[in-house]
Design a protein around this ligand. Structure first.
Ligand code: GLY
Ligand code: MN
Ligand code: MN
Length: 250
């Protein structure tokens, strides 16, 4: 009333689009955050043993995260065994790991206000032929999508690389989520790496690449990394935990 000539203009999306492009200082923190997450997972894997529960692994993960300087989790970790690995949104249950079951760990930490997000899938016995095929398909989809990252391309093209790869291997119907999402002050933020995304890749973006194949009768595999679009316009891995098929001795 005091300023009758004042007109309000909605600015939805303004902050979100600014946050899509990280500044060098933010990248420095996010690199360190991902290094902490890598080390957390490395320590966690050593505690994956027959009879361990989802909850015990979550506590171990939190302990390692805090010991390594993280403030906490960026989201409640998804820790699942056996056929539950096909459950993308698995909520904690009182399950204990049995010999031979696969284990999927989707985890992230918070460090100096920034979030991380990474997934690895492990075996505890030699995987069957079909399990090996699923794992190698997801791994190659992840790597092909990351290699395809280039400034000026659309993020929908990156989704397409991963999706087409999985489709060609015959598992198209079993990859039901988008390929990735931005990460920063929040664990899920702009841009989206999906079929519908209209955003173009720009230097300074940080997003996940997380293809997966989920078969209810068998289990699922997801391999998720965080990638930074560097000054050369290419995708650079921030998460460096090994991605080769690993059979844990439990
Ligand atoms: N943990 C959820 C995600 O990977 O986006
Ligand atoms: Mn995740
Ligand atoms: Mn994610």
């Amino acid at each position: 009333k005091a300023l009758p000539s004042l007109k309000l203009k909605p600015v939805s999306g303004l902050v979100e689009s600014l946050r899509m492009i990280k500044e060098p200082g933010e990248i420095k923190i996010m690199r360190k955050a991902c290094a902490i997450a890598d080390e957390c997972l490395k320590r966690l894997v050593k505690t994956i043993k027959v009879g361990v529960s989802e909850d015990e692994l979550e506590w171990n993960l939190l302990r390692f995260a805090r010991q390594l300087g993280a403030d906490g989790f960026s989201f409640p970790p998804i820790i699942c065994f056996g056929k539950n690995t096909a459950d993308v949104h698995h909520h904690k249950e009182p399950n204990r790991l049995k010999k031979g079951q696969a284990a999927l760990i989707d985890m992230g930490i918070e460090y100096k206000g920034y979030m991380t997000d990474m997934t690895r899938t492990f075996y505890t016995r030699k995987p069957s032929k079909i399990e090996q095929k699923i794992y190698s398909t997801v791994l190659r989809a992840n790597e092909a999508a990351i290699s395809a990252i280039k400034v000026g391309k659309k993020l929908s093209d990156i989704d397409k690389v991963a999706r087409d790869f999985i489709k060609k291997a015959g598992f198209g119907a079993s990859f039901g989520h988008s390929t990735g999402h931005g990460v920063g002050l929040q664990v899920h933020e702009a841009p989206s790496v999906s079929e519908k995304s209209t955003d173009v890749i720009k230097p300074g973006m940080v997003f996940t690449v997380e293809p997966g194949i989920y078969l209810n009768h068998l289990g699922g595999v997801r391999i998720e990394d965080m990638v930074y679009v560097n000054d050369h316009g290419k995708g650079e891995l921030l998460t460096k935990f090994p991605k080769n098929l690993q059979i844990l001795k439990i």
